[in-house]
Design a protein around this ligand. Structure first.
Ligand code: R5P
Length: 322
């Protein structure tokens, strides 16, 4: 694949999720680019690109998973190395964008760290961003370079569709008002209705309280959907509300499985039949349990191909063929 403007397509992966990099390259039928990444004894990260990338179209895959600050710094250093190696164009592929929840000044004297991260990525030399289900779509506007935000909605909806018995018996549940958009997208594909939970966080302790339910779930199968699962508190609290409203079976689909603290243990104990979680982040849950991995590699592979060839990424979703 050669783009006349930028030269050969080359894909590299940082250390946060090389498996995803391999899968994307398999889809595109190209080899993952060679690099070496290590830390010196003083904890400084070092990245070296081990092949010629002069004037080439470079994509660096690095979802910013735990350890977040190390993986973020590694991405910045990787971009810098590519820039200094005279890459023709550098795209930062960030399936999970870090600090997405610190996206506004909602308390006195707090940072907007998502904006800071956007500045760091831009200053390091990225020409464009490819990402997935941002916590808030407005984060796109923190960049002054092009951002392509993909969504896993149709991939997750198709998984839910495969287990759905009767559309009148199913309802898609958003865990808070912010999640209504993704819930609506999925409900549209499933041709069913939605319900929304009124969720509150009182402070920065990451504890949540789900209160009222808007919508009808009694006697129906609920598909809880969310952009990310962190501590699992939101899902736990949502399940409590659904049960007290006489729901039948519960399934859950989320784009990003952050699974912080004891989330897996907590989620395993909930009365949820199946979880569908994408591989935007690496996971270590036992795949023989309720947890089902849903790959976004084809989606990203196709988007990268289209960006490289200069064709529409939006068309990808219109056709709903991923
Ligand atoms: C928050 O507003 C998001 O959409 C998720 O609901 C949240 O990130 C989940 O976090 P946790 O699992 O820690 O409750």
């Amino acid at each position: 694949m050669v783009n006349r403007a930028y030269g050969e397509l080359k894909i590299f992966a940082g250390t946060s999720h090389p498996e995803l990099g391999e899968k994307i390259c398999n889809y595109l039928d190209i080899k993952l680019g060679k690099s070496e990444i290590f830390k010196f004894s003083n904890d400084n990260t070092f990245v070296r690109i081990l092949e010629n990338i002069r004037e080439k179209d470079i994509f660096i895959i690095q979802p910013v998973s735990t350890p977040v600050n190390d993986n973020l710094m590694e991405l910045l250093i990787f971009i810098d190395a590519a820039k200094r190696a005279s890459a023709g164009r550098i795209s930062a592929v960030i399936p999970y964008f870090p600090y997405g929840r610190t996206d506004k000044k909602d308390q006195p004297r707090v940072p907007i760290t998502a904006r800071l991260v956007a500045d760091l990525i831009t200053i390091s030399g990225a020409d464009r961003i490819l990402t997935l289900d941002l916590h808030a779509g407005q984060i796109q506007g923190f960049f002054n370079i092009p951002v392509d935000e993909l969504t896993a909605s149709s991939i997750l909806a198709n998984k839910l569709k495969s287990i759905m018995k009767d559309k009148d018996d199913a309802v898609v549940v958003a865990t808070d008002l912010g999640g209504a958009k993704i819930a609506r997208e999925i409900a549209k594909i499933l041709n069913t209705s939605i319900a929304i939970i009124d969720k509150a966080r009182n402070d920065n302790s990451e504890t949540v309280k789900s209160h009222n339910l808007i919508g009808d779930v009694a006697g129906r199968d609920a598909f809880i959907v969310d952009d990310e699962i962190g501590t699992g508190g939101t899902i736990e609290s949502t399940v409590e509300v659904l049960k007290s409203n006489f729901v039948k079976n519960i399934y859950c689909a989320a784009t990003h499985g952050v699974f912080s603290r004891n989330a897996i243990e907590k989620l395993s104990k909930l009365n949820i039949n199946k979880y569908f979680i994408t591989d935007s982040l690496p996971h270590n849950y036992n795949k023989n349990t309720q947890f089902n991995n849903v790959s976004i590699a084809t989606l990203f592979g196709e988007a990268i191909k289209r960006i490289h060839e200069g064709s529409s990424v939006g068309e990808l979703f219109k056709k709903n063929n991923i």
